[in-house]
Design a protein around this ligand. Structure first.
Ligand SMILES: [Zn+2]
Length: 543
């Protein structure tokens, strides 16, 4: 009998283990970890040149990769996913040998790599890149046509990685300091990529090359090319760091609609510079670029496909009405310029740093333009999207993100933290401080958590463990007696003791629950007990 129980328990443990834990492969580790063939060199510069061939849905080109030697080593890892392939690698005029292991190429360098040296390799590649099935959630190329039957082409690759279409160091921890992107398109089309358009060269085979230059560090998946018969209009925004060039590229058929809808860009910049500090890429300008999919936070060339309407494809994610006051893609994807493009996760397991803060930026946009009550209603409304299925933080080193709860639950966690601080000016200083401290850097969740603990002067260790590393929602159990209320936290991680604001006899009061029962009492009868809805917690009245 005992044996049977043990086997049943084992069976239960094994099935839950396999239900919750994906088995990771050698390929996941090569893609998601800082391997010994990656760690020895610091990425300095990419010079990426690509020709786009719409008739065959293929691309070809080369990427010159400049790096600094941190530690002498002779093998360099460069990633490119099938069906794309690397055809040749050169350094100082010599052709190099390489071995392929799945999506990673291990290239043997001939010249001795000396610590401190800056060297360059050039990687030649070609192929028919993966076609995105459900962009931007599945990465790849999108080959569409506009209403004049002209090509309308775009890339998107968050998660899958930039090595879906061009060879690079496909790990987020290391970014080039700057980057040149040169895209050749048929004569009648144009390319819009990141940064600024430096020049257009006319080639003698009925093609043109668009030379873009990014002056700031850029993450892999932020790099993009968008090829279409675009119309262009622009404006200058007078921002915290002076005039900011805002350029818009849209299909000609949508020019009038875009001129109306994109009036939200200055409103967005005003709100976000207020809360987060200066737009992080003045040198590279701000752009909105129409694409044949919903949208993506491509650095300084945010892509847009929300059909010139408010909400998320016309829907309000909060069901409160506030979600229809703004164009979700303009606001959300631009919010990522601060959280994703300037402050970037080192490992996709910490993707909440991008999505939690950016989902929260939607609330702050509403707060700035419509007031705190609108912000509160919206963020509380988005709780309907939380599933509490898996922790927000995913497993490290295998290119795997955590739960989709990183959006709405991440935003509600930050909203709860704002309540704990009870000082909006201080909260704004902290958000702006984060953007100063980690400006143009790749970071870990621990760095963000430590910064928030230090500057709120609250030890948030258990708070973050609860919301980021556990799926349970803290639940306040309470009993109401005539002139006494007893309460305690259940469903909590170790040491979780978050205070909360409650209403009692219509007045506001902070209580300090722990895992042990506590009580508050009064001489008069206690009534109308309620928890402030801004805290993302649950409650249970016991009889
Ligand atoms: Zn996002």
């Amino acid at each position: 009998m005992k044996k049977l129980i043990v086997s049943l328990i084992l069976l239960f443990i094994t099935t839950t283990f396999f239900a919750q834990h994906k088995i990771f492969t050698h390929q996941d580790t090569l893609r998601g970890s800082i391997t010994k063939e990656r760690i020895w060199w610091d990425l300095k510069h990419y010079d990426l040149t690509i020709s786009v061939h719409p008739e065959t849905k293929t691309i070809s080109g080369k990427n010159s990769i400049r790096y600094k030697v941190l530690k002498s080593y002779q093998i360099i890892q460069i990633d490119l996913q099938e069906p794309m392939k690397i055809t040749k690698v050169t350094q100082d005029g010599s052709s190099l040998n390489f071995k392929k292991d799945g999506y990673s190429y291990f290239i043997e360098l001939l010249n001795k790599q000396l610590k401190g040296d800056e060297n360059e390799i050039t990687v030649f590649f070609e192929g028919k890149p993966t076609i995105a099935i459900r962009p931007p959630w599945d990465g790849g190329l999108t080959w569409e046509k506009d209403s004049n039957n002209l090509d309308f082409i775009a890339t998107s690759c968050q998660g899958d990685g930039a090595s879906l279409w061009w060879p690079c160091k496909d790990h987020m921890y290391d970014e080039p300091e700057n980057m040149a992107i040169n895209i050749t398109t048929p004569n009648h089309l144009m390319d819009v990529s990141n940064g600024r358009l430096k020049k257009i060269t006319q080639n003698n085979d009925n093609t043109k090359t668009y030379h873009w230059y990014v002056e700031n560090p850029i993450n892999n998946y932020g790099v993009n090319m968008n090829v279409a018969d675009y119309a262009h209009f622009s404006e200058k925004y007078e921002g915290e760091n002076g005039p900011l060039d805002c350029d818009y590229y849209v299909l000609k058929e949508n020019l009038d609609k875009a001129k109306k809808q994109f009036k939200q860009v200055p409103l967005m910049l005003e709100a976000f510079e207020h809360w987060f500090g200066p737009y992080p890429f003045y040198e590279d300008s701000f752009k909105l670029v129409e694409v044949p999919y919903l949208g993506m936070e491509h650095q300084s060339s945010v892509t847009y496909g929300n059909h010139y309407q408010n909400g998320y494809l016309g829907r309000d994610l909060s069901s409160t009405g506030w979600g229809l006051k703004f164009d979700f893609i303009i606001i959300h994807e631009s919010g990522h310029e601060w959280f994703a493009n300037s402050i970037t996760y080192k490992d996709i397991a910490d993707m909440w740093i991008h999505e939690g803060f950016t989902a929260y930026s939607e609330n702050l946009y509403l707060d700035y333009h419509y007031g705190t009550e609108a912000c509160n209603e919206y963020v509380i409304g988005t709780r309907q999207n939380i599933r509490n299925d898996r922790p927000i933080i995913g497993p490290y080193g295998v290119n795997q993100s955590g739960s989709g709860d990183m959006y709405s639950k991440g935003a509600n966690m930050l909203h709860t933290l704002r309540q704990l601080l009870e000082d909006d000016e201080k909260w704004r200083e902290i958000l702006r401080g984060l953007n100063k401290e980690f400006y143009h850097q790749t970071v870990t969740t621990q760095q963000i958590e430590n910064y928030l603990s230090k500057h709120t002067q609250i030890d948030l260790t258990a708070f973050f463990n609860q919301y980021l590393r556990d799926v349970r929602i803290p639940t306040l159990e309470y009993k109401i007696l005539e002139n006494k209320i007893t309460f305690r936290w259940v469903q909590i991680v170790e040491n979780f003791d978050m205070p909360i604001k409650v209403y009692l006899n219509t007045s506001e009061k902070w209580i300090f629950p722990t895992k042990d029962w506590k009580e508050i009492s009064s001489k008069s009868t206690l009534s109308n007990f309620a928890i402030d809805k801004n805290f993302y917690v649950e409650s249970k009245l016991l009889n």
